[in-house]
Write a protein that binds this ligand. Structure first.
Ligand code: EPZ
Length: 419
C-alpha cells in the first residue's frame, strides 16, 4: 500500500489552482442518468471517487469518455441496461446512493445496495427514502438492498428533518421528471446543491430556489443534454489555505468562489492570518512572527463552518497559542484524526461531540494512518509542521478527494514523497 513521507518544511510560497468540486461532480454525474442525451461536464478533477462513479454509471449502461488531461467527461445514457447497482461498486463510494432518485424517475424502478457505514459515521439514508416515498415510490428493503418502484412519481411537499446534502440532491433529481410540483422544505443550501440545480435546469429541468431552504421543482417531461462546468472545490481550497497558515507561508489560491469559502477565511482571520481577495482568487499569508492564536469551531450546515474542514483546521490549532474547542455537530464519529495527531504530540481531549485542543509548541513526526479522506489531509498538513518526518499510510483515502496533493504541495516548497 502506498505511503506519504512528509518532511517538516519552511513557509509554503507560490500559487495553486483549485480543481472542480468532487462533491459537485458526483451528483452531476448521477443527474446525467435523467437524460438520454449527451452531457459534457468540465473541470472534472482526476480523483478515484469520480472514477468509481464513472464505473457505476458504465455498469448501468452509460457510455463515458473521460479526458483526464482536459478534465472533461462526456456521458451518454441512451441505453440503460439495468437499474441495479452492484454491491461492491456502492461499497466503494457512498455517493453511489445518488443514482436512486434519477433511476427511479427515468425507469420507475431501482435497486440499490444500502450503503454501509464508513469511518465517520453510520451514514443513514432515511431522509432519502422518506423523500422517495413522499413522491409515491413503494420502497422495500431486503438482503441489504433497497428497491424503490413507482409507475410515475407525483410531486409532493417534503419537509427534511435535517438539511441533508445527499437527501436534497436525491429528491431534487427524482422530482425533475415527476408529475406536478414538488416543494422541499428545510433542504440543504450548500453550493454543490446550487451547482446541481444549475446543471439540471440547463438540461431542461424547472427548479427554483436552490440555495435557499425551500426548493420548488415543476416536473418536466423531457431532459436535453447540456454542457456544464462544475464549481471549484471549496474544501480543497480550504485545505491549501490551512497549509499556508500552518507553514506561516504566503499562497495564492486561484479559481476560488469567495462566498463558498467565507466560513474558513473568517476563521483564518480570527486566528491571526491575513486573507486578501485577488483577481484570480485568494491570497493567504502570515505577517511578522506572531503565533497563530486559538479559536473555537462548531461545524454546521452551510454557510456554517464546513464539517469537511474540521480535521484540516484542527491540524492548525494543535500548535496555536491557547485552547480551542472544536465541536463536530454533523457526523457522530469524525474525530478519527485525533488519535493520530496525539501520536505526533498534540494535546487533545475528546468530550462527547467536542475536542478540546491545548496548543503545544510543536509536533514531532511519527508513523500515522489516514482513516478517511479529510483526516488523511489533516495528517499531511500536520506533517508539514512536525519536526522530522511523518509517514502516513492508507493514503488511498486522500487520493479519493485531492488530485496530486503531494505534487501540488511540493511545487509550493513542501517535501512529500509518495512511496
Ligand atoms: C455530503 O455527504 C458530502 N459528500 C460529505 O463530504 C459532507 O461531509 C456532507 O455532505 C456534509 O456536508 C458528498 O457530497 C458526496 P448529509 P452526505 O446527508 O450527503 C445525517 C467528503 O469528505 N443523515 O448532509 O452523506 C448523516 O448521518 C464527504 O467529501 C441522516 O441522518 O451528508 C450526517 O450525520 C464526507 N439521514 C448528517 O445527516 C439521511 O438520510 C449529514 O449528512 C442523510 C443524512
Amino acid at each position: 500500500m502506498e505511503k506519504f513521507i512528509v518532511e517538516q518544511c519552511g513557509p509554503l510560497k507560490g500559487s495553486v489552482r483549485i480543481g472542480g468540486a468532487k462533491n459537485a461532480v458526483l451528483p452531476v454525474l448521477a443527474g446525467a442518468l435523467l437524460t438520454e442525451n449527451a452531457c459534457f461536464i468540465r473541470d472534472v478533477p482526476n480523483l478515484s471517487d469520480v472514477e468509481a462513479m464513472g464505473e457505476l454509471l458504465t455498469s448501468l449502461g452509460a457510455s463515458i469518455e473521460w479526458n483526464r488531461q482536459e478534465g472533461i467527461i462526456n456521458v451518454v445514457v441512451d441505453d440503460l441496461k439495468q437499474n441495479e447497482a452492484e454491491y461492491e461498486l456502492v461499497g466503494k463510494l457512498r455517493a453511489s446512493f445518488l443514482i436512486m432518485g434519477p433511476l427511479l424517475a427515468r425507469l420507475g424502478e431501482v435497486k440499490v445496495p444500502l450503503p454501509g457505514g464508513c469511518a465517520i459515521g453510520t451514514r443513514p439514508v432515511d431522509l432519502h427514502l422518506k423523500g422517495m416515498a413522499a413522491l409515491g415510490a413503494q420502497i422495500e428493503q431486503a438482503h441489504g438492498f433497497m428497491t424503490a418502484k413507482a409507475k410515475k412519481l407525483k410531486g409532493a411537499k417534503i419537509y427534511l428533518d435535517f438539511p441533508s446534502v445527499g437527501a436534497t440532491e436525491n429528491i431534487l433529481m427524482a422530482a425533475v421528471l415527476a408529475e406536478g410540483q414538488t416543494i422541499v422544505e428545510n433542504c440543504a443550501i450548500e453550493p454543490e446543491i446550487v451547482d446541481l440545480a444549475n446543471f439540471l435546469n440547463a438540461a431542461g429541468a424547472d427548479i427554483r430556489g436552490a440555495g435557499t431552504d425551500t426548493v420548488k421543482i415543476n416536473g418536466v417531461k423531457y431532459m436535453k443534454g447540456t454542457d456544464h462546468t462544475v464549481i471549484p472545490d471549496r474544501i480543497e481550497a480550504g485545505t491549501y489555505m490551512v497549509a499556508a497558515a500552518i507553514t506561516r507561508g504566503d499562497l495564492n489560491i486561484n479559481n476560488v468562489v469567495m462566498d463558498h469559502v467565507k466560513p474558513v477565511t473568517a476563521k483564518l482571520k480570527e486566528v491571526n492570518m491575513h486573507v486578501e481577495e485577488t483577481p484570480q482568487g485568494i491570497r493567504v499569508y502570515h505577517k511578522g512572527n506572531n503565533r497563530v492564536i486559538a479559536s473555537d469551531i462548531k461545524t454546521l450546515p452551510y454557510p456554517g463552518f464546513p464539517t469537511d474542514m474540521q480535521a484540516p483546521f484542527m491540524s492548525l490549532l494543535v500548535t496555536a497559542a491557547g485552547t480551542s474547542v472544536i465541536t463536530e455537530s454533523i457526523f457522530e464519529n469524525r474525530f478519527m484524526q485525533v488519535g493520530e495527531l496525539k501520536r505526533m504530540g498534540a494535546d487533545i481531549k475528546i468530550e462527547s461531540r467536542s475536542a478540546v485542543v491545548e496548543g503545544v509548541k510543536h509536533l514531532t513526526g511519527a508513523q500515522v494512518r489516514a482513516t478517511d479522506l479529510r483526516a488523511g489531509a489533516a495528517l499531511v498538513l500536520a506533517g508539514l509542521q512536525a519536526e522530522g518526518s511523518t509517514e502516513i499510510s492508507d493514503i488511498y483515502h486522500i487520493d479519493r478527494g485531492y488530485q496530486d496533493l503531494d505534487t501540488q504541495l511540493n511545487k509550493l516548497g513542501a517535501s512529500v514523497t509518495r512511496c
